[in-house]
Design a protein around this ligand. Structure first.
Ligand code: BES
Ligand code: MN
Ligand code: ZN
Length: 499
């Protein structure tokens, strides 16, 4: 998508579709200007829509160069946050597709929100909504390739709109890259092939990638990753991503860890197929979110030292598969009694988290499709967020929750009090890998906490990572959840002024 910003007279904008996001309580002056620029046909359409949220009208102007004008309601000005703007842009995107508009203009609305955020939200909503995963379709359903060019018309603060629009474009591209990885057929993303894809991404966007093979993983004594891998045909890999720019503002790196279970059958504790195993190609969505985030921070050239760690394997019931009752010797030295081979994510993450300590990190954040209990607790709009009681826990949760709200990847804090840990006491080992039937999302977090010794946050994205039915600007299938919130959080850390 080509994205640009212009201050040219509005009636000279030569586009297939001109989109006018309109608040209910639009300023008289703004309204009059639109009528003057685009013609009196707009009057009735603006009255009909009245700025009501989720309402819209299409007009064929006679006085402007735009072929069509679409009014989309934004609701009350004061309620119009970035997410509202994103969703309005997304609803316009579906009209753009239906009318096969190759070029699209947007009138940047005047709202009590900074111009950068508005520009970013318009581009994100539009681009994310236009995403299609067509890799495996052999027959083209249409000759229309989707909109190719987006022009934002700014009447004021053109520079802010331009910076926001550019950022929105880069972030949306990174989100779509993560979606592609999640939607890829499992046989095209075995650990080895996935590692290759990350290497390619690193070369393209300018971050470093190193891939450990099984021998190195054995030398590091990553007993969790090796156990989960035992039923598989293909060996595990451990992928390390590094972005260390010259003027990084942080002395100690921020480490991002992603769950890379390329396919989760459940292992010997086999999952049923329907509504369960049939989604499990998405069990690497945490890993995909890390890769997408690296693409975004590299493209944005964030001055922040960030390391990514992805333990990758699939989880299968092969001949040599690990079994309930196995006691594992983890990277940290702790022992874990396996009571359910389907609680595999925490085993591979535990090794990565304990290895993360070697970086003396400022902060470690893991992202994982970890539990069905997260979906029960919060559904598919919001991820679960947890942190340990290390310095600044409250501030961390708050900063991440706020970044979630701004970015549209919402996260909600869960308690991580010590009494939840009792569920993980084992008769024979230091810990067991499953708790009871209560608070499964939290006990999984509690398990991971046993392997960290630095400030840490855990994001369980089981619900939001993969959708059964589409939501505004998120299609069915992989959503790329995590890229936006992590990028926004890191962007604020790199430059607190640009919140
Ligand atoms: N990958 C699943 C979690 C999951 C469930 C992701 C639904 C996306 C949608 C994870 O490995 C798993 O199987 N968790 C078990 C843990 C249980 C055995 C303690 C679960 O949640 O059922
Ligand atoms: Mn599982
Ligand atoms: Zn899993």
């Amino acid at each position: 998508m080509k994205v640009s910003v212009t201050t040219l007279p509005l009636n000279e904008l030569d586009v297939d579709l001109l989109i006018v996001p309109l608040p209910e309580d639009v300023d008289e002056a703004v309204r009059d200007q639109l009528l003057e620029d685009l013609g009196p046909e707009l009057q009735r359409a603006m009255d009909d829509v009245g700025g009501k949220k989720d309402d819209s009208a299409l007009i064929y102007p006679t006085e402007a160069r735009a072929k069509r004008v679409l009014i989309v309601g934004l609701g009350k000005k004061d309620d119009a946050d970035a997410e509202r703007v994103r969703q309005a842009a997304a609803s316009a995107a579906s009209v753009a597709h239906k009318r096969e508009a190759t070029t699209v203009g947007f009138v940047v609305p005047v709202l009590p929100l900074d111009g950068e955020s508005i520009g970013q939200a318009l581009v994100e909503g539009f681009m994310l909504s236009g995403y299609r995963f067509t890799r495996y379709k052999t027959e083209q359903t249409s000759t229309f390739d989707g909109p190719q060019r987006m022009v934002l018309h700014a009447s004021e603060k053109e520079r802010d709109a331009r910076r926001g629009a550019e950022r929105g474009r880069l972030v949306a591209e990174a989100v779509c890259a993560a979606r592609d990885l999640v939607n890829l057929s499992p046989d095209e993303k075995t650990p080895r092939l996935f590692a290759k894809a990350v290497e390619k991404s690193g070369k393209r966007y300018g971050y470093d990638v190193s891939v450990w093979n099984k021998t190195l993983i054995e030398e590091e004594k990553m007993g969790g990753l090796l156990a989960v891998n035992r039923g598989s045909q293909e060996p595990p890999v451990f992928v390390e991503l590094t972005w260390n720019p010259e003027h990084a503002v942080n002395e100690k790196p921020i480490v991002l860890v992603g769950k890379g279970v390329m396919f989760d059958t459940g292992g010997l504790s086999l999952k049923p197929t329907k509504n369960s195993m049939d989604f499990m190609k998405a069990d690497m969505a945490g890993a995909a979110a890390i890769v997408g985030t690296f693409e975004a921070i590299a493209k944005l050239n964030l001055q922040l030292h960030v390391v990514g760690l992805i333990p990758a394997t699939d989880n299968r019931p092969g001949e040599n598969a690990y079994v309930p009752g196995d006691v594992l010797h983890m990277h940290s030295g702790k022992t874990v009694e396996v009571l359910n081979t389907d609680a595999e994510g925490r085993l591979i993450l535990a090794d990565a988290l304990s290895y993360a300590k070697t970086y003396r990190p400022e902060l470690v954040i893991d992202v994982a499709t970890l539990t069905g209990a997260q979906v029960v607790a919060l559904g598919s709009n919001v991820a679960a967020l947890m942190t340990n009681a290390w310095d600044g826990a409250e501030e961390r949760l708050q900063a991440m929750t706020a970044a979630g709200k701004r970015s549209g990847d919402r996260v909600h804090p869960m308690p991580l009090d010590d009494d939840y840990k009792e569920q993980l006491d084992s008769d024979v080992a230091d810990l067991k890998n499953v708790g009871g039937k209560e608070a499964g999302c939290i006990t999984a977090g509690k398990f991971l906490e046993q392997f960290v010794s630095y400030p840490w946050m855990h994001m369980d994205i089981a619900g939001p990572a993969f959708l059964q039915s589409e939501k505004p600007y998120r299609p069915k299938g992989g959503t790329g959840f995590g890229v936006r919130v992590l990028t926004e959080y890191l962007r604020e850390r790199a430059d607190p002024r640009t919140k």
